[in-house]
Design a protein around this ligand. Structure first.
Ligand SMILES: [Zn+2]
Length: 442
């Protein structure tokens, strides 16, 4: 190599192990990831990088595994301020007697701002670089995520009943259309439409949501078939299963993300396959609320794209997506009656590339490939609970929890360095959280 074949770049990350997710199932050793601006310029062996690149800075991660940043595809970020407020209750009691009354009293723009910042601090600390949110005051969440440099799909809420954010469907749709117009095309924020669930949104607003999605290209995310109760009540009221009603209204399509799907019969499966809709699996929320379990392996075997989410911190009660992956892998094996269901590599793909696919951004996110956006994380495997290392992929899913995440970059910008958040003032945030606790307790 001569001097004129050496390329200048911004940063070089030296990784002891690297799981690029594409190609699937691969663990590479002693790799370098070269970053230029917001993009990955190259992924190559360190010995080759020595010859080929000169960078302004080098980050040596010689005890770490580097992989794409995690994508948490379902949550209600501001609800982190309700973490641990009401536990050990079934879904409808939990919603009717605890969550909805508390939301009516406390949810406001400052509440959403502080709750979103709390959730982002936890997600960044545990390896998530992109999240999806569905909550009131989505304009506040979108701005907070953008200010923190975090990627987010922000779904505006849509339901029949009035809430703190609007008087009903017409106002939600009007405000939501403005949100989409404001953020469409932004590199960080993906505005989307969030009909709460089939049992809280009637046909006309759902048709309006489909029309808005068609006009703007925005995705639709909704809770669907969360419990057997939901399906039974719908059958009594309408004579059809919610999935059938959603399909008939045009809600299901390639740009739709169905959250939960714990109840699936053959007709549901057929309609999901035909529509090309994506599934967001939230196993810990389903377990905690005793909602049921999504048959992940069956869905994957039918070619359905299955992604993962934590749901809100009030029903989980954390946003650690690595913990969620372990639960997902364990539960998938029991549900399928097969220990080979949802393997470690398949689980890692579910939290990265599958999430990117559901967002329609698989060309840009979800794997460590030259040309994609530089959203990546490093996990320090030197702790006793992650030793010895035979297979880093196994450790990431079965032995890890998110607190071993040491570094992250989003859009090429460092967000976490040696476990310290670079863009969120944690002491200030903790003061605000403590003030909210006082208010909510009183
Ligand atoms: Zn949810």
């Amino acid at each position: 190599m001569t001097a004129d074949t050496i390329t200048a770049a911004d940063s070089r990350i030296n990784a002891r192990w690297l799981i690029p997710v594409e190609p699937f199932g691969v663990v590479l050793e002693h790799q370098a990831v070269i970053l230029q601006g917001s993009r990955i310029a190259d992924v190559l062996p360190q010995s080759e990088a020595d010859q080929k690149y000169r960078t302004r800075e080098t980050v040596n991660l010689d005890r770490h595994v580097v992989m794409p940043g995690l994508i948490n595809l379902h949550g209600h970020t501001a609800m982190s301020l309700f973490r641990g407020l009401a536990d050990d209750l079934p879904l409808m009691t939990w919603l009717n007697d605890h969550i909805w009354p508390a939301e009516g009293r406390f949810v406001s723009e400052p509440f959403v701002l502080d709750g979103t910042r709390l959730a982002m601090a936890e997600m960044l600390r545990t390896g998530t670089t992109t999240f999806s949110d569905m909550y009131f005051f989505p304009e506040v969440t979108a701005q907070a995520a953008h200010d923190a440099g975090m990627r987010a799909q922000v779904c505006f809420p849509l339901m029949d009943m009035p809430t703190v954010w609007g008087s009903g469907p017409d106002e939600y749709l009007r405000k939501g259309a403005a949100l989409i117009e404001q953020w469409q095309g932004d590199e960080y924020i993906m505005p989307a439409i969030g009909p709460h669930a089939p049992y809280t949104v009637s046909d006309q607003p759902l048709k309006d949501a489909v029309a808005l999605a068609g006009k703007t290209g925005a995705a639709i995310q909704l809770h669907l078939h969360e419990t057997a109760f939901e399906v039974d009540e719908a059958m009594k009221a309408t004579g059809s299963r919610p999935v059938t009603r959603m399909a008939e209204l045009g809600v299901l399509g390639r740009n739709t993300q169905c959250v939960h799907m714990t109840q699936i019969d053959d007709s549901d499966l057929e309609q999901l396959v035909r529509s090309g809709a994506h599934i967001v699996h939230c196993p810990e929320s389903n377990l905690k609320l005793a909602s049921g379990l999504c048959p992940v392996q069956t869905l994957m075997d039918h070619g359905i794209n299955v992604t993962i989410g934590t749901d809100g911190a009030a029903s989980n009660n954390d946003l650690d997506l690595f913990g969620e992956l372990k639960t997902a892998a364990m539960v998938a094996k029991v549900v399928a009656g097969d220990a080979s269901a949802l393997s470690a590599h398949r689980a890692l793909e579910m939290a990265t590339l599958s999430g990117a696919r559901a967002l329609g951004r698989e060309q840009e996110l979800g794997s460590l490939v030259a040309g994609k956006l530089a959203d990546l994380i490093a996990v320090d495997l030197s702790d006793p609970f992650l030793q010895p290392v035979y297979d880093p992929a196994s450790h990431l899913v079965y032995s890890n929890h998110g607190r071993a995440v040491s570094h992250s970059w989003i859009h090429g910008v460092p967000q976490l360095q040696d476990g310290r958040l670079t863009r969120i003032d944690v002491p200030d945030l903790m003061l605000r959280v403590s003030e909210w606790r006082q208010q909510i307790l009183s």
